[in-house]
Design a protein around this ligand. Structure first.
Ligand code: SF4
Length: 341
């Protein structure tokens, strides 16, 4: 019997909150129509719900609700220092959604936001306007699936499609859509676009089962990658975060062999690797709530406010994976977080 059948929690999306200002818009209505059995509640501002006091975002994860809003705050951010920029100097990120339907124990979002409810910002036109202004000065590399997994919620939001259609018109805009989902079929009808990179994060399946709750299995993700490549998309593989365990050599060897058994190396755009790291502020908050998580309670070291494995382990783990990968793929296609090799 599931926790919902036992009535411990409401089923996911039992409540849909929508800002009054956008309730009548086409996009908000498209989303609301997908939730025929949910209670729709009109609100003034998404933060009235999202930033309520005395919430427990960890318990909320068992019963996430949806908030439909207009983002009137900052829309485009300079890339964070803990993130890989893939050699792009004009690196930015944006988020048309906050939070994720998956539940990775190591996810920084748990430390960042007061709520696990999912916020969907429907004012895509404002994001476009901002980017068009920026493009007048520089080309832009933009990660659009940053505080969320955008492809995982494509069926209810359709934001990946909007970003891809926009990128098609703006050749100086390069976007990355990163996912752990197996929802390529939802965008497979779109003609591939050379300035869009579809990026799949992969972990050894044992670690996925242990730490990446609710995510699709690795074989299905690899199947999705094959389909995307076959259709002509640029595909990035992200082995990030690398997770240290006493069996990491076996786990990562199996994963890398599995990847290159099914995907030909010359068809992969690039691969990123990076050992686990997280802002100390976020990790401390997560530790207070995930007291039984092995990864979160690992005795990390801190440098400049970032928790990470000690230098020896970080180097050992990263180097091991790096040297396994260069047996298959050109060094120029591998991006390593930090100079560990
Ligand atoms: S898939 Fe990404 S965004 Fe979603 S919970 Fe996992 S780490 Fe967080």
């Amino acid at each position: 019997m599931s926790i919902y059948q036992k009535k411990l929690y409401n089923p996911p999306f039992s409540h849909i909150y929508c800002e009054k200002e956008i309730y009548d818009t086409k996009k908000a209505q498209q989303i609301i129509k997908k939730f025929k059995n949910s209670r729709i509640i009109l609100i003034e501002h998404y933060k009235d719900i999202f930033c309520r006091k005395r919430q427990n975002s960890f318990i909320q994860k068992n019963s996430q609700n949806l908030i439909i809003a207009k983002n009137k705050g900052c829309l485009i951010y300079k890339g964070a220092p803990v993130c890989q920029d893939f050699g792009n100097s004009d690196f930015y990120y944006t988020t048309t959604a906050i939070n994720c339907i998956y539940d990775c124990e190591y996810c920084f979002l748990q430390g960042m936001y007061p709520s696990s409810n999912i916020v969907l910002f429907t004012n895509f036109y404002d994001y476009k306007e901002n980017i068009l202004k920026m493009l007048k000065k520089n080309s832009i590399y933009l990660c659009v699936s940053f505080d969320t997994d955008l492809l995982a919620i494509e069926n209810l939001f359709g934001s990946c499609r909007e970003w891809i259609e926009f990128a098609k018109e703006e050749k100086n805009l390069k976007i990355e859509i990163r996912t752990k989902s197996t929802n390529f079929n939802l965008i497979s009808d779109i003609t591939p676009c050379t300035n869009v990179i579809l990026a799949w994060t992969l972990s050894p399946d044992n670690l996925r089962q242990a730490y990446e709750h609710k995510t699709p299995c690795i074989d299905k993700r690899i199947e999705n990658i094959k389909k995307a490549i076959k259709s002509g998309w640029k595909v990035r593989i992200c082995l990030d975060p690398l997770i240290y365990t006493d069996k990491y050599k076996t786990y990562y060897t199996e994963l890398i062999e599995n990847i290159f058994k099914h995907i030909s190396a010359d068809k992969i755009n690039d691969i990123s690797i990076g050992a686990f790291r997280m802002s100390a502020e976020y990790l401390k908050k997560i530790r207070r709530n995930r007291t039984d998580s092995l990864i979160i309670n690992y005795p990390f070291e801190t440098t400049n406010g970032i928790y990470h494995y000690n230098t020896e382990i970080e180097k050992e783990l990263t180097s091991f994976v790096y040297y396994k990968i260069i047996k298959y793929i050109d060094k120029d296609k591998i991006f390593v977080w930090k100079e560990n090799v």
